[in-house]
Each structure stands twice: as C-alpha cells, then as structure tokens.
Design a protein around this ligand. Structure first.
Ligand code: CA
Length: 227
C-alpha cells in the first residue's frame, strides 16, 4: 500500500514516514502543495495524508484540485486549526477524515487502516436503486437523472446504504462503518439522525416514491417499497 504525505514541516514529515514505514507502508513525501498535487494526480497512491498549512498552494486547494480532476484517492487531513468550521470545510471539500495536531501516532495508524479498508476498489462502480444512481469513483449521485449535491459524509452514508440495500442497518453499524467510531464514548445517534434526515431531504423529499425508511427502534433501510 502506497501512502503520499504532503507536509512542509520536515520534522513532522520524517516522523510520519518513519512510523508508517515501520507499519510496512511504502511512503513518499511531498514538501509543497504543488509537488503533492503533481504526484497524487500523475500516479495516485492508495492514500494521501495532507497537511492543511502549506506554503503557496495550501492543503484545501490541493484537495479541491484533486477532486476536480477526478482523483478519488482517500485523503486524511492533518490540521492544527481545531475549529468545527475547518473540519466541516475539509470534509465538504472531499476529505475522508481528519486528524488534529498534535495527535498520537497509533491514532493516525488506526485512521490510515480504516481509510485503506474503505478505499479498496469496488467491483461495481455504479450502484442503483430504482431511479437513484451513484457513480462511486466520480462521487456523483443522481435521481431521475438530476444530479444531487451531497456532502462527503452524506455520500459515504448513502454509499453504505446502497451497498446494503434491502437490509436494515442499525445506528451502531453506521457509527462503526461510516463514522469509523468503534468506541462509543460519545453516542453518535443524534449526529447520525441529523445526517440521515439531511440525506432524506435531498434524495427523497423532491421525488415521488420514498427510498430511505426508518425502522422504528432498529435503524434504517434503503429499499423500494410497493406503493
Ligand atoms: Ca505545515
């Protein structure tokens, strides 16, 4: 598995490289956003670790440019700007996860593993249910041929529901598989419900037949129900 680190601080880059190589990953380092963008777009690695604070072209610009080019490699953002706004920005811009500096190395490794698991190529690139369609690599969702604007998290949530269509998924499954939250110190139920409601507003509300159903006391299911 190849990991590209885009980080200008030499000490940090060196430490990351050393630690990840010890975990048997093949690691390369880019010290500027320009170089990072070039490497990631010409020969996409399996994962990009992207620092936000970079000289010239900052991390957010690099990320936006990569996604615009259709490079769908998982991106883990490193940020010292620990504000909710920055996090939301990063995730909306197409990042898959973020980590706030300073962080513990085992935490980084855990996130890297989770992202690499998730990033494994799907055997099917287009998922469908009724007139709802998802092109996974391009990260495009449409219904009745109309493109829908989803946030990164809504996309991941829908992706999971589509892969499990017809099957009831619990909030616990969503916490584990979509939010990568294994230890439930902080119950995610409210967060999950808000995201499900937002997703429903986008994929169901404007359309005739509803696809995303709540199963009371259990969870949610994405399926076409006979009217
Ligand atoms: Ca930096």
């Amino acid at each position: 598995m190849r990991i590209l680190i885009i980080e200008d601080e030499e000490k940090m880059a060196k430490a990351l490289r050393k630690g990840l190589e010890a975990e048997e990953y093949s690691v390369s380092v880019a010290q500027s956003g320009e170089e990072g963008f070039f490497l990631a777009s010409t020969d996409p690695p399996d994962l990009v670790i992207l620092d936000l604070m970079l000289p010239q072209r900052d991390g957010m610009e690099v990320l936006a440019a990569l996604r615009q080019k259709g490079v769908s490699v998982p991106v883990l953002i490193l940020t010292s700007k620990d504000t909710v706004r920055d996090r939301v920005c990063g995730l909306d811009a197409g990042a898959d996860d973020y980590l706030v500096k300073p962080f513990a190395f085992p935490e980084l490794v855990a996130r890297v593993r989770a992202l690499l698991r998730r990033g494994r190529p799907e055997s099917v690139d287009t998922l469908r249910l009724a007139d709802l369609e998802m092109r996974v690599t391009a990260r495009v969702v449409s219904r009745e041929g109309r493109e829908l604007a989803l946030t990164a998290r809504e996309f991941d949530l829908l992706h999971y529901l589509l892969r499990n269509q017809g099957r009831v998924v619990s909030r616990e499954m969503l916490a584990r598989d979509v939010w990568q939250e294994t230890a439930r110190y902080t119950p995610l139920d409210n967060v999950i419900d808000v995201h499900v409601a937002n997703l429903r507003r986008k994929i169901d509300e404007p359309f005739g037949n509803k696809l995303l159903h709540t199963v009371r006391g259990v969870g949610f299911v994405l399926r076409e129900e006979a009217s």
